[in-house]
Design a protein around this ligand. Structure first.
Ligand code: RFL
Ligand code: PHB
Length: 388
């Protein structure tokens, strides 16, 4: 097989890149080691930045998003006895959208599934430091296949094979594993709030998010080593009611249809480019979910790389490809800082000095327009810088 861009991974980053390239007349092939059903059912992110939404709408993926997505103009920050609203729209003129990553992936597969080889195994990249890189894999029927390309893109997430293709001696990583994780549940119950609630509590952080007017998404800070089997539905609802509790407000409960525990880490790996290999999304960086940045960062990488590949294939220009890593990393580090900051402000560390510092910071953010604006402009997302 021969293509212009060979992409490893059919998550949001790989699928969106393939879609945007096809709109520019650039061919691509995507390989994915899971099934289409698995990829479409994976529950993850829920909040899209304004620029993410604008890009999806501009590329023809706006129908379901504008019909079913929920525009949110702010969030609530809370600690025992107090709940405060941060008004994004008043502070920045921008908003975010609640629309599940699952739905984004479904919308992308509706237009790009034909470009994807699902359920492959043994994916490997070859000769990425030449101008004839190759991707090899074994297809669903067990047949060995090779794709020859001009460029290969690693969009295969944190556990993929693309990042380790960069020689170890050239790689630099920065990493922090947090001592806690998030227990997340999806529940068939109308949200008990109009906007997301991020709650600091002596028992640990809790959050109330949503997926639709009938589906709530809720999270609890738990110990990293905690086992989901030890959390019955009743125990989860009790903890959520305690940590999110506020006089005059009631948490509605309902059947839990999905639950799981996710570890939390900050991770950045460079280089994001090695020869003709480019890394996008979670393949190159991970943020803790507290700032809702992971999916949006993956989309921002893809926006920058799309322009660079378009300039390369249509004008034979290499300057935007050469600038990809620097441009992408500037946003990666900003988002890495913001999500670390939100995480550090809201999660119990067990240290009493930390607790007082967190409460002081929360009170400051909720009473100073300057501090609230800083949170708001990071949360809604800084504008994409593609170099065009
Ligand atoms: P993905 O989604 O991990 O997709 C990678 C794809 O590559 C496939 N793959 C391979 N394919 C072929 N050969 C191989 N050797 C392969 N190895 C892997 C995988 O099967 C998969 O299909 O990475 P991508 O596309 O970079 O997208 C990143 C986002 O998924 C991620 O950043 C977000 O989900 C993070 N995140 C959130 N981000 C937000 O912007 N807002 C949020 O509100 C938010 N909440 C979250 C989150 C992530 C969470 N978890 C579970 C990690 C909440 C949670 C709980
Ligand atoms: C979610 O709805 O899954 C969600 C929302 C906001 C976050 C993280 C996750 O910060």
């Amino acid at each position: 097989m021969r293509t212009q861009v060979a992409i490893v991974g059919a998550g949001p980053a790989g699928l969106l890149l393939s879609h945007l390239l096809s709109l520019r007349g650039v061919d691509s092939v995507v390989v994915e080691n899971r099934s289409r059903e698995y990829v479409e059912a994976r529950i993850r992110a829920g909040v899209l930045e304004q620029d993410t939404v604008d890009l999806l709408v501009k590329s023809g993926l706006g129908d379901r998003l504008t019909a079913a997505g929920l525009r949110h103009d702010g969030i609530h920050l809370q600690w025992p006895g107090e709940r405060h609203r941060i008004d994004f729209h008043a502070l920045t003129g921008r908003s975010v959208w609640v629309y599940g990553q699952t739905e984004v992936v479904k919308d992308l597969l509706a237009v790009r599934a034909d470009a994807v080889h699902f359920e492959v195994s043994g994916t490997a990249l070859h000769d990425v430091d030449t101008d004839r890189p190759r991707l090899s894999f074994v297809d669903r029927e067990g047949a060995p296949r090779v794709v020859e390309a001009d460029v290969v893109v690693g969009a295969d997430g944190f556990h993929g094979i693309s990042r380790p293709t960069v020689p170890h001696a050239l790689r630099h990583t920065w990493e922090r594993d947090y001592p806690y994780g998030w227990l997340g549940v999806l529940a068939e119950v109308p949200p008990s709030t109009d906007e997301l609630i991020y709650a600091w509590h002596p028992d640990g952080f809790a959050m109330h998010s949503m997926r639709s007017p009938r589906l709530s998404r809720l999270y609890l800070q738990v110990d990293r080593a905690e086992r989901i089997e030890d959390w019955s539905d009743d125990r989860i609802w009790d903890a959520l009611a305690t940590r999110l509790g506020l006089d005059g407000w009631t948490l509605r409960t309902g059947p839990i249809v999905d639950k799981g525990i996710t570890p939390m880490r900050s991770f950045v790996s460079t280089p994001m480019r090695h020869g003709r290999l480019f890394l996008v999304g979670d393949a190159a960086h991970i943020v803790p979910p507290t700032g809702a940045k992971g999916l949006n960062l993956a989309v921002a990488d893809v926006a920058v790389l799309t322009e660079a590949l378009d300039a390369f294939f249509t004008e034979r220009r290499t300057d935007l490809l050469d600038g990809y890593e620097e441009r992408a990393l500037r946003r990666v580090w900003r988002s890495t800082h913001f999500s670390w900051w939100m995480t550090s402000m809201l999660h119990r560390s067990g240290d009493e000095l930390d607790a007082q510092l967190q409460l002081a910071q929360l009170r400051y953010v909720c009473s100073s327009t300057a501090a609230a604006t800083s949170l708001a402009e990071n949360y809604v997302g800084l504008p994409h810088d593609t170099g065009r």
